[in-house]
Design a binder for this molecule. Structure first.
Ligand SMILES: [Zn+2]
Length: 75
């Protein structure tokens, strides 16, 4: 499977605005500055693993859909 850099919406805990962040940048202990209010956001392990789970879940759903489609096309 081609691994493109995944982007997720990260809500700023201070101003609530969402911004795009690459999955690779979301690691426990990493810091990010909110583009809207310039707040310093620190990713915790919990947030990162939750985002990771969400993405894995989306990929699984997608793979299932593709498999179903392949089956339908074959018959
Ligand atoms: Zn903000």
């Amino acid at each position: 499977m081609n691994m493109k850099p995944f982007e997720v919406d990260v809500p700023c805990p201070r101003c609530g605005r969402r911004f795009k962040e690459r999955m690779a940048n979301i690691r426990p202990g990493c810091r990010r500055t909110c583009p809207s209010c310039k707040a310093s956001i620190r990713y915790t392990g919990d947030d990162a693993s939750k985002a990771e789970r969400d993405v894995k879940h989306s990929i699984e759903e997608l793979e299932r859909t593709v498999r179903d489609l392949n089956r339908k096309l074959r018959f």
